[in-house]
Design a protein around this ligand. Sequence first.
Ligand SMILES: [Zn+2]
Ligand SMILES: [Zn+2]
Length: 339
Amino acid sequence: MTKDRLVRRTLSTLFVAGFVYKALVAFSIAAGTTEAERFWQAPGNWYKGNLHTHTTNSDGDLAPEVMIARYQEAGYDFLALSDHNRLTRAKAISAKPFLLIDGEEITAGHSEIGGEIHFVAFNLVERIDPRAYGGPQEILDAVRAQGGEVVVSHPYWSGLTVNELLRLDGFLGIEIYNASCALSIGKGHSLAQWDDLLVRGRRVMGFAHDDSHGHFNEHRPTDVACAFLMVKAATLTEEAIFGALRKGEFYACSGPGGGPKILDFWVADGQAHVRTSAAKTITIAADGGRGYGERFTAPKGSLLTEAHHKLRGREKYVRLEVIDAEGRTAWANPIFLTP
Ligand SMILES: [Zn+2]
Ligand SMILES: [Zn+2]
């Protein structure tokens, strides 16, 4: 082959490869959010709940029945009691129309810097005694073997890096916000860990939990009834709530007292679209390391209720963060843009 022909053939191969790549990217964006994935507009009800709570059964300051009453008064629909290394049979405590979920927060080992690794676990048949297992993955497997689910508690508080989280398999999500860790030592957010997992292909959900202990003092507001999940489900049953959590059909909010309402979030025509209640900022976050995503800030004296972000076409996922005028944040789960 002459040098000229070789150059021409190489150029034409590159041209065709470029075209195929662009077509694939265009296809993945055009595919957008399917109707089935767009749960925001689907029939169902929104239920407000918190899945991480301590009582006098471990290191909390309030008795189980007092803690339950506090959440009922604050307008929550469901609550899990998750005392340390103890399975609380919450359903036996209150007969009011309120969904109580049995939970346990398991001390699963230590992070590389010596912090405790904690899992909040649900749907357990029996208590998990961490001393009976060899480490965090064995504990995760034991919860799953009982048909249970695990959310990794407060990665930032534990000092957990993405590499340590990547060694664990089978958890439903991580606490991207933990009110108790935020209010006590300012380490409530684990958003970097979440993005680092998502960009590496781990499809895990983002949870906001109180981790309430009933602790407070003059420099620290109470951690009871601050953060919450808003779950879209057909009925207020454990089966329906966990079915929705597994599919990511919920959003997480820092509170306290309320927060921005996410009304819709979808991808179509190469753009990510958002509708919310009045917000100070709307952020479309995407894969790290490439400058993807966009933050929209309301001009002084006004608020936003929608945003439309043109995608580059190579994002693996987009997720949503909305902050209201009082600084309360709501996070939607990612829309995945690759098969
Ligand atoms: Zn914990
Ligand atoms: Zn806890």
